[in-house]
Design a protein around this ligand. Structure first.
Ligand SMILES: [Fe+2]
Length: 197
């Protein structure tokens, strides 16, 4: 495997009230599949380079956003659960959320509207150009991403994220459980790095 291949991250996750360890284990297997498929795509690009018929490479390149984003978004998703729930510390993110949503509860209420329907990702992005936080919906992993905008946090609302524990009609209970388990220190640190970038 080439040196620049991706390796699945190993997450140290606490017990999460409302999301079972079986659910998390199944979800992590899916995440590792995205890492594997991303590497497999690059191996295929290498293998097919110089192929006089470009159609296969063209189609595979169109697949890259799905597999790569599937990998990277899950790394935000699981990474924000490490260390257990922690409150949002003082700092730039807290001030920005206060300005735009009142507080993290205001953000949660706004997100709940976004996640109520569909299968995909609810994503908070930061636009350094105008210092605005966007709440965005991404179908699958790649359709609807905001170009160039760094991601502050990503909530997985695919059915696979909750269907070991909940029916589709109960998915807001899953959202509440994920929200309650977030480590806001991690999220604030990431947001701060985007602001300084
Ligand atoms: Fe997922």
């Amino acid at each position: 495997m080439p040196a620049n291949s991706y390796q699945p991250r190993v997450f140290t996750l606490p017990a999460i009230p409302g999301i079972s360890s079986k659910q998390i284990a199944e979800h992590l297997k899916l995440y590792e599949g995205y890492v594997k498929r991303t590497n497999a795509l690059y191996e295929a690009f290498e293998r097919l380079s110089g192929d006089p018929d470009p159609v296969v490479v063209q189609d595979l390149r169109r697949r890259l956003g799905f597999e790569f984003n599937g990998m990277r978004l899950h790394e935000f998703y699981f990474g924000d659960l490490e260390g257990g729930p922690q409150p949002l510390p003082e700092g730039w993110l807290k001030e920005s959320l206060a300005r735009e949503f009142g507080d993290t509860q205001g953000l949660r209420d706004a997100l709940k509207v976004v996640v109520a329907r569909g299968s995909g990702w609810a994503i908070a992005n930061y636009d350094p150009l105008v210092h605005r936080i966007h709440l965005n919906w991404v179908d699958e992993h790649h359709i609807g991403q905001l170009a160039t905008l760094p991601i502050i946090a990503a909530v997985d609302m695919w059915e696979h994220a909750y269907m070991v524990d909940y029916t589709p009609g109960e998915k807001m209970r899953y959202f509440d459980a994920y929200w309650a388990a977030l480590n806001w220190e991690t999220i604030a640190r990431r947001a701060e790095s985007w602001r300084k970038a």
